[in-house]
Write a new protein. Structure first.
Length: 469
């Protein structure tokens, strides 16, 4: 029979049948259990007039099944249609990146986003906690990181283009950070919904907020810089002293203790070498370390971070620039710059997350810029996300087992309110979920019809999504 409810992402196998189940409380009456007969990633959900049963091969698969059941319950106006579902994801990593450094979003908004991810069986929230424009995580022993680094006095208005002398600013301080206790609570909130939070501490570049708080962490300690008030890439990067590496160690160990995920993202992207090239201290350290190229300094930071996190049983993730230096074998590469990078990464034997900017950056416009809220540029529609070849064919053929998953990115230089954040995320995240889950492919018109039937669930969650055209 035809589907009485729209499900996004579409499960692998769905069979609707006649009849309905009319429970007093569907969640109380749902039978739930684990089964060794099912692979760890799979779940089955059976709803008949007599009741509903969810069985899974692991707690993670059980969470996926609950989230599918939640869609069915939320989409049913009264009695619940009978259905048999056998389902499993194609990718282990089904993520969304959220930049809270450029613009801060409080815990209630993060909880709302986690609820929305869970509804779509996305299982990773990648939380970008630090950058040039703000430091958002409490670190014991370094109070100025949040006293100074979490606040900028003003923010650029409009696009960062043209003559800097003509830039305009809002004149309003922007600030905010999370205590360690708040983050532990958020981790538990996410865990109960089947979502893992992976923190990012971007290093050794994108560190101007930290250097503003502690100038001795930079390459010119006698020069006081402020938290960056414009976008783009700052030349201010970490220095090379023992004090700097002690700082990196302290930060990573505290972050690793807050977040139980087996990964910590260490950034590694867009790291200018200008200050190192001018630094006598950097040249001296290169000699001590036996390095011949300034570019190798970044590799030193990467290796050090990997060693520190390995002490806590964790692996590093880095943006694909980390491929430009020697890497520990268990590094996970997050590809963002070009589709071909996925082929390179898996070809070198690294597990890789597809996060390529051409279609997975959700800070792009969704239509004509004259008709849309301010965005960084580009144009990426729901259809683009649904139809794109996210995993290059060669990577699919040669390294499918190394493609860990797919992730969308929300960079927030031009996203300052919860409403704008949700508008930029949804419904593109719905298409992302479909692709990351590996749902049976349909033509776009069929998916769009199903998506339209799904949108009332977003209404029920109070999500300010962009309407479909």
């Amino acid at each position: 029979m035809s589907a009485p409810l729209s499900l996004v992402p579409l499960p692998q196998h769905v069979s609707w049948s006649s009849g309905v189940w009319d429970p007093a409380d569907p969640w109380e009456e749902l039978s739930v259990g684990l089964s060794e007969d099912l692979p760890r990633t799979e779940y089955t959900l059976a709803i008949s007039p007599q009741g509903a049963a969810l069985t899974a091969g692991s707690e993670a698969a059980l969470a996926d099944g609950r989230n599918t059941f939640a869609q069915i319950v939320a989409g049913s106006d009264g009695p619940i249609p009978c259905v048999s579902i056998h389902d499993f994801p194609r990718h282990a990593w089904r993520g969304l990146h959220l930049d809270v450094a450029r613009h801060f979003f409080g815990i209630p908004q993060l909880e709302k986003m986690i609820d929305a991810l869970a509804l779509h069986r996305l299982n990773v929230l990648h939380l970008h906690l630090t950058d040039d424009q703000g430091w958002r995580v409490e670190i014991k022993g370094y109070p100025r990181l949040t006293e100074v680094g979490a606040r900028r006095e003003r923010t650029l208005q409009g696009h960062m283009s043209g003559d800097p002398e003509e830039f305009t600013f809002d004149g309003t301080p922007h600030e905010g950070f999370y205590t360690q206790e708040e983050l532990r609570g958020l981790v538990e909130y996410a865990r109960r919904r089947g979502v893992m939070i992976v923190p990012e501490i971007d290093l050794p570049g994108h560190m101007q907020a930290a250097i503003a708080a502690y100038p001795e962490l930079g390459n010119t300690p006698s020069v006081q810089v402020g938290v960056r008030e414009v976008w783009g890439i700052s030349d201010h990067v970490l220095g090379v002293s023992d004090e700097v590496f002690a700082f990196v160690r302290d930060v990573l160990l505290q972050v690793a203790e807050i977040f139980p995920a087996p990964y910590v993202h260490i950034g590694g992207d867009e790291c200018p070498r200008t200050e190192w090239e001018r630094s006598t201290a950097a040249r001296t350290r290169m000699t001590e370390w036996g390095l011949t190229r300034v570019s190798e300094i970044q590799g030193r930071f990467t290796a050090f971070a990997a060693e520190v996190l390995a002490e806590r049983g964790k692996r590093i993730i880095g943006w694909d620039e980390v491929l430009e230096s020697h890497l520990p074998d268990d590094t996970v590469v997050m590809n963002w710059r070009r589709p071909r990078g996925v082929v390179e990464s898996v070809g070198r034997g690294f597990q890789t997350i597809v996060a390529t900017s051409d279609v997975l950056y959700f800070d792009h416009y969704q239509d004509d810029p004259d008709l849309e809220p301010l965005a960084i540029g580009g144009r990426t529609t729901v259809e683009d996300v649904y139809e794109a070849e996210l995993v290059p064919a060669k990577a699919e053929a040669d390294g499918a087992s190394l493609v860990l998953g797919i992730q969308g990115q929300l960079w927030t230089e031009y996203i300052s309110t919860p409403e704008h954040l949700e508008y930029m995320a949804f419904p593109r995240v719905c298409a992302l979920a479909e692709r990351a889950w590996g749902s049976p492919r349909q033509n776009y018109e069929e998916f769009e019809e199903r998506l339209r039937g799904h949108l009332p669930r977003l209404d029920a969650f109070g999500i300010a999504y962009r309407p479909l055209d």
